[in-house]
Write a protein that binds this ligand. Structure first.
Ligand SMILES: [Zn+2]
Length: 117
């Protein structure tokens, strides 16, 4: 049996283990339920891929669990839609306020010019 010839130092050990770190995986929002899912894979939560049902998530569940899961999925979908709407509204408000501010700036600039004359 092979035996280690020399003891490896702690720095040698650390250098060896520097390549063992985990990489961050690329998560994408599911187009059906809005959950985080791996890209180019079927969503683990709802079983959809590119808005087509590939896996029947409810097949192995009891009646109670089925009801629970259905409720969860609908709630999540509704929440996602709500949040997207809120974001869109916020963006519109921001655009409006920016426009108003630019208008006021122009007005003040004009006033300043008139005063200088
Ligand atoms: Zn999904």
């Amino acid at each position: 049996m092979g035996l280690p010839v020399k003891r490896h130092t702690s720095s040698k050990r650390k250098r060896r283990r520097s390549h063992l770190g985990l990489q961050e995986c690329n998560l994408v929002k599911c187009s059906h339920c809005g959950n985080q899912a791996l890209s180019h894979r079927v969503c683990g939560e709802c079983g959809y891929y590119k808005n087509i049902q590939v896996v029947d998530v409810f097949a192995k569940l009891d009646k109670k669990e089925k009801k629970k899961k259905e409720k969860e999925l609908t709630m999540k979908g509704k929440e996602v839609v709500k949040k997207e709407k809120e974001l869109a509204i916020n963006e519109k408000e921001i655009e409006k306020s920016v426009k108003e501010i630019t208008k006021e700036k122009k007005k003040t600039n004009d006033l300043l010019k008139n005063k200088k004359k």
